[in-house]
Design a binder for this molecule. Structure first.
Ligand code: AMP
Length: 226
C-alpha cells in the first residue's frame, strides 16, 4: 500500500501510522521524526530545518522533498509505505506525484484524519514522546505505566519543543494556510477519504483499517499489505 495520512497536528497521524507499522508491517515514514533526528545529529539538513521547526513553521519544500524522496527510494519501501506529515503543501504533493510516477508508482489513497481544534490543542499540550523509540503518550489520555518512562523500551519521555502552547497556535495557523488546500487537490484526484479521528487511537486505527479494506488497499482483516 502507498498511502498518505493527512490531518492537522495532533490529529493522530503518528499514532495511527505507528500502529499500522507494528500490526501490518507497513513502513512508516514521518518527515517530522526524520527532521528531528537530523536536528539532533546536527546534519546539514538539521541545521537548515531547526529554526523553522522551533517557530512552528514549515521547513522549506526543497529540503523536505529531498529527504522524503531519498527515503522512499530505499528497498524497504517496495512493499509499501504510509506517509505521516508529508506532503504538507501543494508543491510537496506535486513533487511526490512526480517522484512516484518516475518510479512507476502512484498513491492508493489519502486518509484525512479529521478532528476539531479544541481536541488538537488538548492532545498536543499533553503529548509526550520517547527519546529512544519515538513511542507517543499523553499525560491524561494515554499515560505510561511509570511517569516519564516509556512502557516499550524504558526510554525517557519528553515534551517536544513545538508542543508548547505558543508554538501549537502557530502550527495550527500554518496547517490552515498551507496544508488544508491539499484537501481540495486530493478530492480533485479522487483520492481523499475522511475519518473521524476525535475518538481514541484504537477506534481510529480500526476505522482506517476498515476503510483501507473497503477500498481494496488491504486484502482482508489486517491481512498482508498490498
Ligand atoms: P510533525 O512531527 O509531523 O508534527 O512535524 C514537526 C515539524 O517538522 C513541523 O512543524 C515542521 O516544522 C517540520 N515538518 C515535518 N514535516 C514537514 C513537511 N512535510 N514540510 C515542511 N515541514 C515539515
Amino acid at each position: 500500500m502507498k498511502i498518505v495520512l493527512l490531518g492537522a497536528p495532533g490529529a493522530g497521524k503518528g499514532t495511527v501510522a505507528k500502529m499500522m507499522a507494528e500490526r501490518l508491517g507497513v513502513v512508516h515514514i514521518s518527515t517530522g521524526d526524520m527532521l528531528r533526528e537530523a536536528v539532533a545529529a546536527g546534519t546539514p539538513v538539521g541545521l537548515k530545518a531547526k529554526s523553522y521547526m522551533d517557530a512552528g513553521d514549515l521547513v522549506p519544500d526543497d529540503v523536505v522533498v529531498g529527504v522524503l524522496m531519498e527515503r522512499i527510494q530505499k528497498d524497504d519501501c517496495k512493499a509499501g509505505f504510509v506517509l505521516d506529515g508529508f506532503p504538507r503543501t501543494v508543491p510537496q504533493a506535486e513533487a511526490l506525484e512526480k517522484g512516484l510516477a518516475d518510479m512507476g508508482l502512484s498513491l492508493d489513497l489519502v486518509v484525512d484524519l479529521v478532528v476539531g481544534e479544541e481536541v488538537v490543542v488538548q492532545r498536543l499540550s499533553g503529548r509526550r514522546q520517547c527519546r529512544d523509540c519515538g513511542a507517543i503518550y499523553h499525560v491524561q489520555n494515554m499515560p505510561p505505566k511509570v511517569d516519564g518512562v516509556c512502557d516499550r523500551c524504558g526510554g525517557r519521555l519528553y515534551q517536544r519543543d513545538d508542543d508548547k502552547p505558543e508554538t501549537i497556535r502557530e502550527r495550527l495557523r500554518t496547517f490552515e494556510e498551507k496544508t488544508k488546500p491539499l484537501r481540495e487537490l486530493y478530492d480533485g484526484a479522487g483520492l481523499r477519504r475522511t475519518i473521524d479521528a476525535s475518538v481514541g487511537p484504537e477506534e481510529t486505527y480500526q476505522a482506517v483499517v476498515d476503510l483501507l479494506t473497503a477500498e481494496g488497499v488491504l486484502p482482508g482483516r489486517e491481512g498482508a499489505a498490498r
